[in-house]
Design a protein around this ligand. Structure first.
Ligand code: GLA
Length: 401
């Protein structure tokens, strides 16, 4: 940076150098809202999947405590995100207040920050959130300022009732523009606070959001409707991500919705498939379970360092499907060290033998592989390799030349 400026000074008139410096500073501040704050997919926890409208201040504190004591924080899970139903009424000046479940949001943020974690919140560009609480419509700047004053670090901005407003637009093009404008408005309001706040778009993947989400300042965008704690829901969402890899990268991620790992509706193999697919997809890893009552196997799954390393790989290139036949699928992503993460999925409920052709993955001869979930080096594998994969299960390999 210093030498760059020196360069400006020696070759350019002073006024031009100042102008260039200004551009540089402006550029870096808007980048602060995007690439730099989500250089890798955000990791943390969100209240909705497990607690929905029951969430309150005490439960959020308990999640923050458990995030630390379980070792999740030290594995990279940083955001504690309050979803819908924290909102109270606006006062005469239009300032949003919390409802009685959250007596003091600033104090809660201080508590969460004191644990080395960050706090996230939720709102809607519409007048009402999806659960019928107060949205930010017409109060975007005011709300962004309030969030910043509380010490909020992450905003999930959920379309909800704004969809009703869009119906009055007259044409699909006009409705689309209204949505773009609404998301841009909050992005600008967040920038204006000067506080780095991760901006998480949620409009269920409408209008190919992956094509424009980054241009409205989104650090992530939901690509689908809501997940539920079932294998059918999780896989419908996860495998539907084929073709979207090219739209994501450092600072702007596809978001196939929050994790259900540990909520009890899927078995161990199914949750392993969930975690593997999300890591391959470079998805935000937002745990959606009750962190204060986790079984050891849930903690082990959520904190598997080699799996997290794949999700968080600094190259930021998500996996795409490389092969599929019936209920068998292979997905792969390139990693920064030149190796590849390869997921071999069995979507059938019984065990199956699946053939992997490493030629299809760009390798010429035999490869070196590590079985990530088994934490075992497999040594050299032939270019055609067959694996037995459990029903609804997955084999996750890290492969190199
Ligand atoms: C929508 C979102 C969910 C959750 C709820 C809250 O359905 O997609 O993730 O935020 O709203 O009301």
């Amino acid at each position: 940076m210093q030498s760059d400026l020196g360069h400006f000074n020696s070759r350019m008139p002073r006024s031009f150098a100042l102008f260039a410096l200004l551009l540089l500073l402006l550029g870096s501040s808007s980048m602060g809202q995007t690439t730099q704050i989500a250089a890798t997919p955000p990791m943390g926890w969100n209240s909705w999947n497990h607690f929905a409208d029951k969430i309150d201040d005490a439960m959020v504190r308990a999640q923050a405590d458990a995030m630390v004591s379980s070792g999740m924080r030290d594995s990279g899970y940083i955001y504690i995100n309050i979803d819908d139903t924290w909102e109270g009424q606006r006062d005469a000046q239009g300032v949003i207040h919390t409802n009685s479940k959250f007596p003091d949001m600033k104090a809660l943020a201080d508590y969460v920050h004191g644990k080395g974690l960050k706090l996230g919140i939720y709102s809607s560009p519409g007048p009402k959130t999806c659960a019928g609480f107060e949205g930010s419509y017409g109060h975007e700047e005011q709300d962004a300022q309030t969030y910043a004053a509380w010490g909020i670090d992450y905003l999930k901005y959920d379309l909800c009732s704004f969809g009703e407003i869009m119906k009055g637009a007259g044409s699909p093009e006009a409705a689309h523009k209204m949505m773009i404008d609404a998301y841009t408005k909050m992005h600008e309001a967040l920038l204006k606070t000067g506080r780095p706040i991760v901006y998480s778009l949620c409009q269920y993947g409408a209008d190919h959001v992956w094509r424009w989400g980054a241009s409205v300042g989104g650090n992530s965008w939901r690509t689908t409707g809501d997940i539920s704690d079932k294998y059918s829901s999780m896989t419908a969402i996860g495998f539907e991500q084929a073709g979207l890899a090219k739209f994501a990268g450092p600072g702007h991620w596809n978001d196939p919705d929050m994790l259900e790992v540990g909520n009890g509706g899927m078995n161990e193999e199914e949750y392993r498939t969930h975690m593997t697919l999300w890591a391959l997809l470079a998805a935000p890893l937002l745990a959606g379970n009750d962190l204060s009552t986790m079984k050891p196997e849930t903690i082990a799954m959520l904190t598997n360092r080699e799996v997290i390393a794949i999700d968080q790989d600094r190259l930021g290139e998500p996996a795409d499907r490389v092969w599929a036949e019936g209920s068998q699928e292979i997905w792969a992503r390139p990693l920064a060290d030149g190796s590849k993460a390869v997921g071999v999925f069995n979507r059938f409920s019984w065990p199956q033998t699946i053939g992997i052709n490493f030629h299809d993955l760009g390798y010429k001869g035999s490869v070196k592989a590590r079985d990530i979930w088994a934490a075992k080096d497999l040594g050299a594998l032939p270019s055609h390799y067959t694996a037995r994969v459990a029903g609804h299960g997955v084999l996750l390999l890290r492969v190199s030349e």
